[in-house]
Design a protein around this ligand. Structure first.
Ligand code: ADP
Length: 246
């Protein structure tokens, strides 16, 4: 039986007179990979950054273990990993130093952090860069390292914001298998992506946002069957056409 990890209730976000999210209700299930999809401006980043507690909603709540995350936001943050879209590494620190810094931010001491560093560096195949400055990493390795860093405090839920944007196809595929391995290790993953192939390959469910509202939530397989399409990209295009002609 599936269990709910997070329950978003009536999440609304308003910037001045502009309402960006209109009462989003969404359950995120434990152990799933769920993708947020939608055209530019649909509200993906706003929603994922609210879930990441980067800023609060104007109204609504997020329930976690039967209480609001806002009742004990620190405890929630200790279970949450966040990998932003733009690299925010310390370029002049080595990978090891970057990881130590990240771990200390979560209140861990070096004796706790170092074994995790060893594990993550191996898991993400970054051994030869451990003592190199973050600056030397290529885009793909940087992204890989950012994901590794967001796991330093062993979260059970991770948010990846456009993790493969701008990367070469073979590098994207390497990241896909690493993301799948996260799921296999029991971590729940929320992904925002522009790439429909990525969402199709990785997601248990996709949530399509449209102008700050949920248009559809379902498995890629159901959506492809419902729309009689062979891939999620064609589903998305059919959906956009239906909207524009409505
Ligand atoms: P997406 O990630 O799907 O492209 P966003 O969440 O970035 O969408 O943006 C949704 C809408 O909210 C857009 O119309 C954007 O202009 C608006 N928006 C986002 N951040 C702000 C902000 N800080 N102030 C005003 N409007 C914002």
């Amino acid at each position: 039986m599936s269990h709910i990890l997070l329950s978003l209730r009536g999440i609304t976000k308003q910037y001045g007179a502009t309402q960006v999210l209109h009462g989003i209700n969404l359950d995120i299930m434990k152990g799933e990979i769920i993708s947020l999809l939608g055209v530019n401006g649909a509200g993906k980043t706003t929603l994922s950054s609210i879930i990441a507690t980067l800023h609060p909603p104007t109204a609504g709540d997020i329930m976690w273990h039967d209480s609001s995350i806002y009742n004990d936001i620190t405890r929630y943050r200790l279970k949450l990993g966040y990998c932003p879209q733009r690299p925010n590494l310390f370029p002049n620190l080595t990978l090891e130093q970057n990881l130590l810094f990240a771990g200390r931010l979560y209140g861990l001491n070096d004796a706790e952090i170092l074994p995790r560093v060893a594990k993550l560096i191996k898991q993400f195949e970054l051994e030869k860069y451990l003592q190199q400055k973050a600056d030397v990493l290529s885009g793909g390795y940087k992204q890989r390292f950012m994901i590794a860093r967001s796991l330093i405090h062993q979260p059970d839920f991770i948010i990846l914001d456009e993790p493969t944007v701008g990367l070469d196809p073979h590098i994207r595929r390497q990241l896909w298998s690493m993301i799948k391995e996260l799921k296999e290790s029991g971590i729940t993953v929320l992904l925002t992506t522009h790439y429909l192939d990525e969402a199709e390959k990785l997601s248990d469910r996709v949530c399509i946002l449209e102008q700050g509202r949920i248009r559809l939530i379902d498995t890629p397989e159901h959506l492809m069957a419902d729309f009689k399409q062979n891939n999620l990209e064609d589903v998305f295009i059919a959906l956009m056409k239906a909207t524009n002609h409505a």
